[in-house]
Design a protein around this ligand. Structure first.
Ligand code: HEC
Length: 194
């Protein structure tokens, strides 16, 4: 009987240690491959986004521009998602659209970047589970962004603030200063089977 107890204990220990995510780590090649892919996707989406944002602000003001702030507004996001088999998202500790709320792992990445605000913030990749690779990269506030994420009454005009409040009643994404960390890119890739 005693032996049996030991046997159970050993089996339990074995199961616990196996269950504790002994994930195979990413190879050095994979790390640089997914950093490169993530950088390319975030740069491309960001360039398209800034271009449309600037144009629409010139022609239709903030009201027009606000409609282009959702990544889903850009066909390039869909085509890159499809091409790279990836889910592309932006998230933050202070969100405007509740749909962009961070999940548990994104929250850790956000806290990591916020704790390093003064040093250089680099993109990172990690294995989330056997089939998923997560890419994170910081997003900083530039002059253009202040129109909608800056300090109300100083950077954000009253009419813009009204439009934003109407569309996003729970908005938390204001009060930012130049160069402040606004949030992160979060891209999830399906890990290619080699
Ligand atoms: C015309 C107003 C406007 C400008 C300019 C603007 N944003 Fe936004 N931003 C928004 C709106 C509206 C949303 C919510 C989009 C959505 O529904 O997904 C948003 C969402 C975001 C999000 C996603 C997280 C969240 O809070 O929902 C990030 C990150 C972000 N903006 C960063 C920036 C950065 C960086 C810039 C400058 C390069 C910028 N924004 C410029 C209006 C703006």
């Amino acid at each position: 009987m005693r032996e049996l107890k030991y046997l159970y204990a050993i089996i339990a220990l074995f199961l616990i240690s196996c269950g504790q995510g002994n994930l195979p780590s990413l190879t050095v090649e994979e790390q640089s491959e997914y950093i490169r892919k993530g950088n390319f996707i975030s740069d491309t989406v960001f360039k398209t986004f800034s271009f449309h944002l600037q144009n629409s602000m010139k022609t239709g003001g903030v009201e027009e521009a606000v409609r282009y702030c959702n990544l889903a507004a850009y066909p390039i996001t869909d085509s890159l998602s499809e091409k790279y088999n990836a889910v592309i998202k932006r998230t933050s500790l202070k969100i405007r659209n509740p749909l962009n709320r961070p999940d548990e792992d994104e929250l850790k990445a956000l806290e990591h970047y916020h704790s390093k605000q003064d040093t250089e913030l680099l993109p990172q990749v990690k294995l989330l589970d056997e089939k998923t690779i997560a890419y994170y990269a910081p997003i900083k506030i530039k002059p253009l962004c202040l129109n909608c994420h800056g300090i109300p009454d100083i950077h954000i005009m009253e009419t813009s603030a009204d439009i934003i409040k109407r569309l996003y009643p729970d908005d938390k994404a204001t009060g930012y200063q130049m160069d402040e960390l606004r949030g992160i890119w979060s891209i999830r890739f399906n890990r290619a089977v080699k």
